[in-house]
Design a binder for this molecule. Structure first.
Ligand code: KIV
Ligand code: ZN
Length: 515
């Protein structure tokens, strides 16, 4: 394949994706996602916006240190502090890069920046030239490009290229674009920008009108050779171009687009699952490629066709995106080697988990369940990231009856001291949480609570994610168990441990209400 037929994949899950409500991640979580993105084979990872906060700076710095293959970028506005912070954050990367941006539409110039067109050109060139002295890989973005004047865009991009930009990004910041115009815009910019033939043109689309993927591939038809996207399509408002959709579209319809990416598509599902578990945002069952139903053939007529020949209703295989759903993998007689082998196939890096602990819990689960599925294994591995903390749930019993108020009695180890508490509640879970609050003396606000049944059947593991807030601190807790109430209690206790850890880091103390 010639160079011009490869499309670079630029992942911005950790920057634009993380900007969406409920998708915030801590540094440790970002590093884990970045390593999984490296295994996926993306070309560029936008690790964050270093100047935005200390947390963002640390995350970019840690991702830069951890990832060796892809380029690692920080976003930066055109000012001195932004560019300095970005440069310092990526300096440990094997392949560092900086992504400079400034808005170019008249609307943004007048109402947001208060700058003239000429001032924006100068600011863009100044910032690109500044960072270029330290890194080779410099991307320049014209924010709100799809609503900017085309000739003016050529002028700004030409200035950025002359200053050293090697990638020119044309964002559809508001999700306003349509494919036909996007294709034309890219062809126009490539042909009419001075130096435009020597750089890589990049598409960055938002999904406000559900057109992000369509606009992205139209940009590719117009000459773009980099696509910016996020796992599961997370991002501001309605999200960004979904990585799995655009990659599989280019692969499945290579006959039409004539280009490919370097993504190892079998890592798509493990990546998507890791992100969903990390942020606790469930994927819609009908989401292409990664939704639960994306490869399920329910209608009789479809099932009949698929049994006769898969090609009747299947345009790609679940295996090609790393889905081995409902495959019976291991049982209680399986040993360490079999478990290790299976985890590796699922994209789990054994160096990042406590394998012995996962094996012990796998055996316990295999004893309890007749069948252990891949999804169960994902859950076991996710639980391995539970934080060590002051609180440990020791015992729980719940009673609930039609017409009566549910109640929970429990024992929690609090800094080595066993405390019991009981409480009623609006439901069994509410009663549990109230009793945990009494036992621990902590009373954060519950912001969200989600339950996911993993694999079918009543013996399935239930996975619970909850998000709690205490003042400015927001943390998530995870818990999984074959008993959904127990999973909920474990998730809440996990959240309290994380809250204490976050409070320690922030130098504050979570408010105790007294046991
Ligand atoms: O949507 C957008 O315009 C962006 C830029 C910062 C690239 O995210
Ligand atoms: Zn964006």
């Amino acid at each position: 394949m010639k160079d011009k037929d490869w499309v670079r994949v630029f992942d911005t899950t950790l920057r634009d994706g993380e900007q969406s409500p409920g998708c915030t991640m801590n540094t440790e979580e970002k590093v884990a996602i970045a390593l999984q993105l490296e295994a996926l084979g993306v070309d560029v990872i936008e690790a964050g916006f270093a100047a935005a906060s200390l947390g963002d700076f640390e995350a970019v710095k840690n991702v830069s240190a951890a990832v060796r293959g892809p380029v690692v970028l920080s976003l930066a506005r055109t000012g001195e502090k932004d560019t300095d912070d970005a440069l310092r954050a990526v300096q440990g990367a094997a392949h560092p890069g900086i992504h400079v941006f400034i808005a170019t539409s008249d609307l943004h110039l007048e109402h947001k920046l208060g700058m003239s067109r000429a001032e924006v050109v100068d600011a863009a060139a100044w910032a690109v030239e500044r960072v270029k002295q330290h890194v080779d890989h410099v991307e320049f973005s014209a924010e709100d490009a799809s609503r900017s004047d085309r000739d003016y865009l050529c002028e700004v991009f030409a200035a950025a290229i002359a200053a050293g930009a090697t990638v020119c990004n044309v964002p559809d910041t508001t999700g306003y674009a349509v494919p036909e115009r996007t294709r034309e815009l890219f062809a126009f910019l490539g042909a009419n920008t001075e130096g435009g033939r020597d750089v890589v043109w990049s598409a960055h689309c938002h999904n406000d009108l559900g057109m992000a993927v369509a606009n992205t591939v139209a940009a590719v038809e117009g000459g773009a050779r980099q696509v910016e996207c996020t796992l599961n399509g997370i991002g501001e408002r309605a999200g960004n171009t979904s990585l799995e959709e655009v990659v599989m579209l280019l692969k499945t319809r290579a006959d039409h687009y004539g280009v490919d990416t370097r993504v190892n598509t079998e890592q798509i599902y493990p990546c998507s699952q890791l992100l969903a578990r990390t942020i606790g945002v469930t994927i819609s069952p009908t989401k292409p490629i990664v939704g639960d139903n994306a490869f399920a053939h329910e209608a009789g007529i479809h099932q009949d066709g698929v049994l006769k020949n898969k090609l009747t209703y299947e345009i790609m295989t679940p295996q090609s995106v790393g889905r081995v759903s409902n495959t019976l993998v291991l049982g209680k007689h399986s040993g360490r080697a079999a478990l290790a082998d299976r985890l590796k196939t699922l994209g789990v890096n054994l160096e990042h988990i406590d394998f012995s602990d996962v094996f012990v819990r796998f055996k316990a689960l295999a004893d309890k369940k007749k069948k252990v599925y891949d999804e169960d294994l994902y859950t076991l591995v996710a639980d391995d990231s539970e934080v060590e903390g002051a609180f440990e749930l020791k015992d729980l019993s719940v009673s609930s009856s039609l017409g009566g108020e549910p109640s929970a009695q429990l024992c929690v180890l609090v800094n080595g001291e066993l405390r019991s508490a009981d409480s009623g509640g609006d439901g069994a879970v509410d009663a549990c949480f109230a009793a945990i609050k009494k036992a621990t003396g902590l009373s954060p606000r519950l912001e969200s609570y989600q339950v996911k049944g993993i694999t079918g059947g009543t013996d399935a593991i239930g996975e619970v994610t909850c998000m709690v807030r205490q003042a400015d601190l927001v943390v998530r807790g995870h818990g999984s168990h074959t008993d959904i109430i127990m999973a909920s209690a474990l998730a809440f206790v996990d959240a309290l441990n994380r809250l204490q850890a976050a409070a320690r880091r922030a130098g504050t103390v979570p408010r105790e209400t007294g046991p």
